[in-house]
Design a protein around this ligand. Structure first.
Ligand SMILES: [Fe+2]
Length: 194
């Protein structure tokens, strides 16, 4: 197993709601080669905490590759944010998304991510959020660049009155109504997509 990514607050700043706010110096670590030939390739460990109101999260990305990705929660309490790419006359319009789904995930939950769905994980608990995933297909620069240019996904996940709430990202237009799902409901939803 190797350390693949260490993401500091500074490296996450471009996609945060309030980059000037204080928060954990290290947001998350990704380890690769986790099960060496087994089902899982990467392990992500997100620290608990917030940057201002926003929960610690992964940077967020799309997949250019058509394979599906499965995440499994090992421990902690998370929320997976997903947004569907919008196309106009065949070309991707990054600042508009067709749907926005918010999935609560707990240990043992598995979520399947299909192509054209941007995704980011947030730690909404008081302990590290640890997930495994099976992604071995790499990334293109555009998988990250568009989310970076728009300073995050279409909504930010924030802590308000002790619970998770959302804040629209003003760099996007025509925000869809966010859809809240449990991991089981999201599993039913993705079955229709594949
Ligand atoms: Fe992914």
């Amino acid at each position: 197993m190797q350390i693949k990514t260490v993401r500091t607050k500074e490296e996450l700043a471009s996609v945060l709601l309030s980059p000037e706010e204080k928060g954990p110096d290290f947001a998350y670590w990704v380890f690769s080669g986790v099960s060496q030939g087994g089902q899982w390739e990467n392990m992500t460990v997100l620290t608990p905490g917030t940057y201002g109101q926003e929960f610690v999260k992964t940077f967020g990305h799309y997949h250019n590759d058509p394979h599906e990705e499965t995440y499994r929660v090992v421990s902690g309490k998370g929320i997976l944010l997903l947004q569907k790419k919008h196309f106009e006359e065949g070309s991707w319009t990054p600042n508009k998304v067709d749907r926005f789904i918010i999935v609560s995930i707990l240990p043992g939950d598995e979520t399947l991510i299909t192509q054209e769905w941007g995704h980011s994980l947030s730690n909404v608990g008081n302990e590290p959020l640890i997930t495994l995933d099976n992604w071995t297909h790499g990334h293109t620069p555009a998988d990250y660049e568009e989310i970076e240019e728009l300073h995050g996904m279409a909504f930010y996940l924030v802590k308000k009155d002790g619970t998770a709430d959302i804040e629209p990202n003003p760099n996007y237009i025509d925000h869809p109504t966010p859809e809240f799902m449990t991991a089981a409901e999201f599993a039913k939803f993705t079955k229709q997509l594949i």
